[in-house]
Design a protein around this ligand. Structure first.
Ligand code: FAD
Ligand code: NAP
Length: 316
């Protein structure tokens, strides 16, 4: 029996991939979305989203995303719960190497793998990951109800999640290496208006301390400007120091990429999200100059799917 050839293979089931799936399947193409975990993407970890157009109420990331897979399925998109390990182009087709020694073949591929939280690189971070070091306040915040907790970082995620935690925990110590934030002004104001958020600025964490029995017990902190050292006793630190793009599927064995990327490994695309390799598109957080917003990832998905449909039709 000959192997099925998928018209449009989508790698990643976040807002980008699911939006591409809705457009590709509704556009009449045989579409399969590959997702290594549960579809929804990184926004599912977010406690609150209030800037997705069309919704007046603040909602959780989970609530925003919960119906997107069903909408795509309604138009015929198939979902396969597999990690795509590598993509190679052989002649006119792409070969996808999947987890569990499986494979797939496709005419076109839309890469929508997004990004993953960065580690801060501090001593103790790896030892206590999952035992008092967390990158998800929605998932782990409740375990620290009524307790003092620490948040590391000064971007949108750190400040938003500090506000979320301030409603559960008795006190949130927000540690940032500068005295200015990257977050949006509205988010900074929300965090500053909270009595139980304590800002520890111009400071770095030198080590995350603890033991086997209790997990994290304290953080060793140093003020970068005056060198003052202190110990903060907390059972958890939420690390929100940015994200790395997930571009492993397009890496080759000699650490190169099958298409053009920039120095950070973000995929270079044009306005249709087309990459330098014919038949391959990249969308959402994994592409260059991504605004890193749900609405933008979704828009990218639509643009790429429309272009991929035209590409397949043009081949006859
Ligand atoms: P992702 O959402 O990262 O989805 C990628 C998917 O691909 C994942 O499901 C992943 O499991 C899968 N995947 C990765 N590699 C593979 C592989 N090899 N094989 C198969 N599957 C794979 N944006 C806003 O607009 N408003 C907000 O309020 C907001 N708040 C945020 C709060 C937090 C805590 C975070 C972390 C982000 C927030 N963002 C927000 C940003 C937003 O979530 C992202 O910009 C958006 O999710 C990017 O979508 P994406 O589809 O490109 O990638
Ligand atoms: P980010 O914007 O890259 O911010 C990372 C923060 O961590 C910065 O403040 C940075 O400090 C700090 N940092 C980096 N490395 C560090 C280290 N090793 N030790 C200590 N601190 C470190 O990341 P993000 O907040 O996760 O946001 C990612 C993207 O998603 C952004 O584009 C953001 O706008 C978007 N996002 C949007 C929303 C929203 O629209 N509501 C919500 C969440 C995220 P410096 O500032 O000194 O560099």
């Amino acid at each position: 029996m000959s192997e099925e050839i998928i018209d449009i293979a989508i790698i990643g089931g976040g807002p980008g991939g699911l939006s591409a799936g809705i457009y590709a399947s509704r556009g009449g193409k045989d579409t399969t979305l590959f997702e290594l975990g549960v579809p929804g993407g990184q926004i599912v970890d977010s406690s609150e989203i209030e800037n997705y157009p069309g919704y007046l109420e603040v909602m959780s990331g989970y609530d925003l995303m919960k119906d997107w897979p069903a909408q795509a399925k309604k138009f015929g998109m198939k979902t396969q719960m597999s990690e795509v390990k590598s993509i190679t182009k052989n002649g006119d087709y792409f070969d996808l190497e999947l987890s569990s020694n499986q494979s797939a073949k496709a005419k076109t591929v839309i890469l929508a793998t997004g990004s993953t939280p960065k580690r801060c690189g501090v001593d103790g971070e790896d030892v206590f990951f999952g035992k008092g070091v967390s990158t998800c306040a929605t998932c782990d915040g409740f375990f620290y109800k009524g307790k003092e907790v620490a948040v590391l970082g000064g971007g949108d995620t750190a400040l938003e999640e500090a506000v979320f935690l301030s409603n559960i925990c008795s006190k949130v110590h927000l540690i940032h290496r500068r005295d200015e934030f990257r977050a949006a002004p509205i988010t900074i104001n929300q965090a500053k208006s909270k009595d139980n958020i304590n800002f520890i600025l111009d400071s770095k964490v030198n080590s995350i301390n603890g033991n086997d029995k209790d997990g994290v017990t304290s953080l060793s902190i140093e003020n970068i400007k005056n060198g003052d050292k202190s110990t903060l006793e907390v059972p958890v630190v939420f690390v929100f120091v940015g994200r790395n793009v997930l571009n492993k599927p397009i890496q080759t064995n000699d650490n190169k990429f099958i298409c053009d990327t920039n120095d950070s490994g973000e995929v270079v695309v044009d306005l249709s999200m087309k990459t330098s390799l014919d038949g391959l598109w990249a969308i959402g957080d994994v592409r260059v100059d991504a605004p890193k917003q749900v609405v933008c990832a979704a828009g990218d998905g639509a643009a790429a799917a429309i272009d991929a449909i035209n590409f397949i039709n043009s081949k006859g």
